[in-house]
Design a binder for this molecule. Structure first.
Ligand SMILES: [Zn+2]
Length: 580
């Protein structure tokens, strides 16, 4: 079986030493490194971080992300290479003096022809470190000859790094895909809470949570797990790990029996951060069903080397976001008002984006591979998140099914049908919905089309009043930011006063109607005195030249949304599983 050993010398260079030992399945075996990872549907070219090859045979490149080893079929081959691991997000790999964080998609090459075989992984971490991963540990016995070769750790560890001779540093993946799907944290210090729920053991593991009450997340997590298990009639695993890094941003990635979540430390000291952590946890746990085990046929198996567009991404992410938030209100962690405030914000985000008028939801996911903000021109006008619209459309679809079936059926029934199918053809969600209730042309209008979403009518059935109003006062219709002490138009929204006046992204804003606009606050003050219908001179600097634009006062193209629960309502009780 292929054996992957990860070690490192001086962590200051951020370089992992990866050793792969395998028996060549054919002459001139091929090694392939993924170009993207499940959960982030964008080419990321991990091969750019690979360097310094060595081992038993000559190795040469034969493609952007593939290599060949000069071995004959049946020969024992050892290849070594180094991998630069300098970024810590949920899907990356990172090396520091007190932590090794590894996502196999970044740095484990497939030996072509061995994908379906069991894969062994050994992490040569310092002896006093702990290792957390969803992979089962290998119980090594010295007699079976299957342990790490006697020279494996010592030959690649630099002097001075403690060698780990314990037997709990080796893990067994059932195949290459399982190896890739299993992030590993090896670290000197981690906090771990364990509880049992629904016949499974859950572990909450925190890196860097010092000074924060991380234990407060244990009981709500149990409630989330119980609520989601109820929907599907049980949990799909016996053991599950939440791997948390407390850092400086939010990010989460789902896996089969674990998830990896980056938490924004500064946010954890208020109620909003507490809610956000649980919202991400609930989202990632729901993925243990939706996307990890209910999988688009296009991803079965994953092609890690090529873009794989599917029209189902809105359902993979949108249904997951919908049920993630729903499990907080259904579990009693959130009140109805808190849940409606969450939905309101999502709706306000979507309704502010001009792309909702021309980009169908199924296409937004299909085209996700083109959505890198660094590469996409006019991102704010051309794009919206299929997570956001996917969640909103999931909510409206649920309300449609409940209305059409007089409350006897729901989106929960659709999820259970998808859970029976597991592998989804491109039209599987639409077909499952049709099996449950007659929702008319819902998909043609709101999933594959761009019709305005029927909020008011659908929320009314649940006793929730929806309103969309223009914002008071005039607006520039642009997002501004400070850069190097200058106020810059970061983007200009279609339909707003700025675009009508000819304002372009990257213009520096100098003054409005003679008032200096040297900061965001100064611009806001100048706009307050500027009424709808007024005309004024807007001075900007474009490519070093001062330009005079004529700005006409217009309302902000982004509406203000309100969602309010009226008197208690039977429909709403059935939807949100609440008693009032
Ligand atoms: Zn997700």
């Amino acid at each position: 079986m292929p054996h992957y050993l990860v070690s490192w010398g001086d962590p200051r260079d951020r370089l992992y030493d990866v050793t792969i030992r395998f028996t060549a399945p054919n002459d001139i075996p091929r090694l392939l490194l993924p170009a993207w990872r499940p959960g982030r549907y964008l080419i990321q070219n991990y091969a750019a971080n690979v360097r310094e090859w060595g081992g038993s045979h000559r190795v040469w490149k034969d493609g952007k992300t593939s290599w060949r080893a000069g071995a004959r079929a049946g020969e024992a081959v050892t290849v070594t290479y180094r991998y630069y691991a300098g970024i810590l997000d949920a899907g990356s790999s990172f090396l520091d003096d007190d932590e090794a964080y590894i996502n196999g998609t970044n740095l484990f090459m497939l030996v072509e022809g061995l994908r379906g075989e069991e894969h062994r992984l050994t992490i040569a971490a310092p002896a006093e470190w702990r290792i957390e991963t969803q992979l089962p540990r290998v119980i090594l016995s010295r007699e079976d000859g299957e342990g790490p070769p006697a020279d494996s750790a010592s030959s690649v560890l630099a002097p001075g790094v403690p060698r780990c001779a314990r037997d709990d540093t080796s893990f067994l993946a059932r195949d290459y895909d399982h190896l890739l799907d299993s992030p590993v944290i090896a670290a000197a210090a981690m906090t771990r809470y364990t509880f049992s729920e629904g016949g499974a053991r859950f572990h909450l593991i925190f890196r860097g949570g010092e000074g924060i009450d991380t234990e407060q997340f244990v009981e709500p997590t149990r409630v989330i797990a119980r609520t989601q298990a109820e929907l599907f009639g049980g949990l799909p695993f016996r053991e599950y790990r939440f791997l948390y890094h407390v850092r400086d941003k939010w990010h989460g990635v789902e896996h089969e029996d674990s998830c990896s979540i980056i938490v924004k430390r500064s946010a954890l000291f208020d109620a909003e951060g507490y809610d956000h952590l649980l919202l991400i946890a609930a989202h990632e746990l729901f993925h243990a069903w939706n996307v990890k085990r209910i999988v688009p046929a296009k991803f079965a198996p994953y092609d890690y080397w090529t873009e794989t567009p599917t029209r189902l991404l809105w359902a993979m992410e949108g249904l997951t976001s919908y049920y993630g938030a729903l499990s907080l209100v259904r579990g009693g962690i959130w009140t109805v008002a808190r849940y409606l405030e969450h939905l309101r914000k999502e709706i306000e985000t979507l309704e502010a984006l001009p792309a909702r008028l021309h980009l169908p939801l199924s296409q937004a996911g299909f085209d996700g591979w083109l959505s890198d903000p660094a590469q996409m021109h006019d991102h704010p006008n051309a794009w919206y998140s299929f997570y956001t619209k996917g969640e909103i459309v999931s909510a409206l679809l649920d309300l449609t099914i409940r209305t059409a079936s007089n409350g006897t059926k729901s989106l929960d029934d659709v999820m259970r049908l998808l859970w029976e199918q597991r592998i989804l053809e491109e039209d599987a969600v639409e077909r499952a919905v049709a099996q449950v209730a007659d929702t008319g042309d819902f998909f043609a209008r709101y999933v594959d089309g761009v019709e305005p979403l029927p909020y008011a009518e659908l929320f009314a059935a649940a006793g929730v009043a929806f309103a969309s109003r223009p914002r008071a006062g005039s607006s520039l219709g642009a997002k501004v930011k400070m850069a190097d002490g200058l106020l810059i138009a970061e983007n200009v929204i279609r339909g707003g006063a700025g675009m009508a006046a000819g304002l372009l992204p990257n213009d520096e804003l100098l003054s409005l109607d003679g008032t200096r606009t040297a900061s965001e606050a100064a611009l806001a003050t100048a706009l307050r005195a500027f009424r709808i219908g007024d005309s004024a001179e807007l001075l900007v600097v474009r490519a070093g030249v001062v330009k005079r634009l004529s700005l006409e006062g217009r309302p902000d193209p982004r509406p203000e949304i309100t969602l309010r629960a009226a008197q208690p309502n039977e429909f709403r009780r059935g939807w949100l599983h609440v008693s009032s």
